[in-house]
Design a protein around this ligand. Sequence first.
Ligand code: NG1
Ligand code: ZN
Length: 531
Amino acid sequence: ADYFKEVIEQSSLHPKPAGLVLQYGTAGFRTNANQLDHIMFRMGLLAALRSKKTKATIGVMVTASHNPEEDNGVKLVDPMGEMLTATWEGFATQLANTEQEELLTALKDIVKKEEINMNQEASVFVGKDTRSSSASLSQAVLDGVHALGGHSKNYGLVTTPQLHYMVCCKNTHGKYGDATLEGYYSKLCQAFLQLTKNASNRTDDQKHLCVDGANGIGALKVREMESHLKKELQISIFNDGSEGKLNHQCGADFVKVQQKPPTGIDMNSGDRCCSFDGDADRIVYYYTDSQGLFHLLDGDKIATLISTFLKELLVQAGLDLKIAVVQTAYANGSSTHYLENTMKVIVRCTKTGVKHLHHAAQEFDVGVYFEANGHGTVLFSKSAEEKLQQLAEATNINDERKKAALLLQSTVNIINQTVGDAISDMLLIEAILAIKGMTVQQWDAIYSDLPNRQLKVKVSDRRLIETTDAERRAVSPAGLQEAIDTLVKKYSQARSFVRPSGTEDVVRVYAEANTQESANALAHEVSLAVY
Ligand code: NG1
Ligand code: ZN
């Protein structure tokens, strides 16, 4: 078939506004929804090519995560459910920015460079979030896939991590689970029920959780899952999209950045609450104490809880596996200190962006990774999973070791290893708190966060700032790092760094210090040094 003729015809229905330039950034393409139709069509084309190249199913997710409702975006998912590989991010940017007349040339250029056999079949899974623009934009993706003769499966409304899970299941031929929503819920919830069997006498309070769904897809999916939990977890869902606007004054990003509860949630002091973001790949926990003070348990606290739990189980199981926690420069200094000095686990720091953390975590038997903003998961190496399997089946070991091995196996099953997943992380956290008989206050008390402040600074060209050492030090412009060092010295327990954002046209400033006033002042002074 002459696919290229079909591409020409179809692409005229999805024309590119001349001169528009967009970048495949840390989170794919993301901008106002009315600029994205041609991007979606072209990402459908690219996904079909990627599928031919890898001889595997590729995923395309239409979402702009925590951005406002008016925005949208798109990310590609590689065969094992991981993010698109770097070379192809480059192809995505090229294809997106090619003017209409040059589209075929650009396409053929990729085919040639990657030596793609156009007769190879293509298969693409497509998913979308609840934005009003997502329906027509995901149709544009499908048009692109079909223009190149690819097969598609449209999952419709799913969370980002659910789509990653589907792709992984499909390409591992069911070994990871069934590539259906039912398969996803039953895998995770069965593991949850297995784990919580080990928690005795949980009260109704312990079983109850408030979830802020950010008025997005996560709320719908939690509701779909509920019956699988057999009342072992009783969830009150707020911001389910029936009234409020997506991500508006709610959701994980709002709660983390504003350091306050979302609107639209009915919370009593001491209630355990969590917030998802707009595509349910991030989660943060929080509560207010009896004095009305707000306590946030962010990605760093989550990583600490999970890695403590896993390390204890590995010791009980007598398994000598290398466990590490991967963080970014935004990790609270107290968390790093606690992990290294009290828990004595390996801690790695990478550049911002999930793909960097994911790759670093792959280097360990058990790699726990979380961004402070609540995006994260746990990766188990193949050999770690095999050792666990052997131990769980062994007949010559004592009960304690056996029990730990079985708990570890259920933990592996409850985790979505493809990408950070708010639903999966929530179930894991709830199971750990149940097994340890721990309240949210006790979890919070493991260490105290250093007060911190994040600011955004508008500059004419943010690319002038270049960084090194996992973005913790600026190498240009000249003198900036020295200026930051001088400011940091004025405060106690202080740390500060600046970096250009990968998703917004701003420079981000981060500061922490022993008091909130100092953290605020330091962040302010550093932001002045950036100009
Ligand atoms: P940028 O804009 O590069 O700081 C933000 C988040 C990242 C990551 C990406 C993708 C912070 C400080 N940065 O990146 O952690 O989640 O968006 O969504 O939270
Ligand atoms: Zn997200």
